[in-house]
Design a protein around this ligand. Sequence first.
Ligand SMILES: C[S@@+](CC[C@H](N)C(=O)[O-])C[C@H]1O[C@@H](n2cnc3c(N)ncnc32)[C@H](O)[C@@H]1O
Length: 328
Amino acid sequence: MGRLKRKKLTNALDRLLDKNAWKAENERREKALVDNLEKAKKNQVKSKKASSETVRTRPQLSSKDKILLVGEGNFSFARSLAENYLEEGSENLVATCYDTEKVLYEKYEEARENVEFVREFGGTVLFEVDATDLSKEVKKNRYTKIIFNFPHAGAGIKDQDRNIVANQKLLNGFFDSAAPLLTKASKGEIPANKSESRQVEDDIVPDGEIHVTMKTIQPYNLWAIKSLVKAKGVLAVKGTSPFYPDDYPGYEHRRTLGFKEGLSKGANAEILSASPKTYIFVKKEVMDKENENSIKGSLKRQLEQKKLKMGKKIKRKKVQHNQSDDDE
Ligand SMILES: C[S@@+](CC[C@H](N)C(=O)[O-])C[C@H]1O[C@@H](n2cnc3c(N)ncnc32)[C@H](O)[C@@H]1O
């Protein structure tokens, strides 16, 4: 075979090898792209799943809170707070119910023991307290948390519309009466020395909150609690969270009429099947301030990001400039 012929053959072989290598490389790249796309899709699903799952946190309640409970049933909620959250003492707990003491014990036989327990732990128990017209004794304090679990007028009204109106009236009256009793945030005095700093921490008072827990199925969702509050213009919705009865060991929900064998369900089955939710309300000005601060915070973050980007651009330009200097 002549030299020229051999050279041509080698070149053709090289080209064929190159072509195959190029094809293989292309296929590898395509596969990597598809794999990456699949991975990205999977990650997206994962992060969507993660963000839709709510993180469950323990309710933020402690002996430092000044707590008012209204519309208690058998006082098992008050007892559970004393036992599980107010380990340093229940002196700041005021637990109240609408019934007279006599009627309460007739309706709920376990209530007597629960009331005694709360009092032994230092809490105050008051009877015949109307949530829509809070008594003088209740009004002499300010509260960081005012809690009404499963409010219900319990008027036995069969007509749904009239029933809704009766319950909205109860909620309206409660908000009017409770809102002025919320604490206003205040800081403790500046400590003179380090040993006093703990005392100052104790002196810090947060803005008070009203917590109303309700079933979210019909007809309860027709009470339109958020709209009621907004229409008043005094309070604002700070947020909502699912209500987990087992956050309060020993708590047993009760109906207004008492525990009726055959009708009522034990172990909180009645509320568990109704997706209960806690609505948290604060004074409107508190929420306005919070919103203002979060807008300021996000603007600040945006500005910082812009500055960072600008800095990077300038740096890049300087590097390019220096490189072109070297080329000369
Ligand atoms: C469904 S029960 C819930 C009881 C209790 N909070 C619980 O979670 O087990 C509704 C409660 O609202 C109370 N209630 C109704 N009208 C009230 C009012 N005007 N003031 C205070 N409580 C009231 C009833 O006495 C009853 O205890």
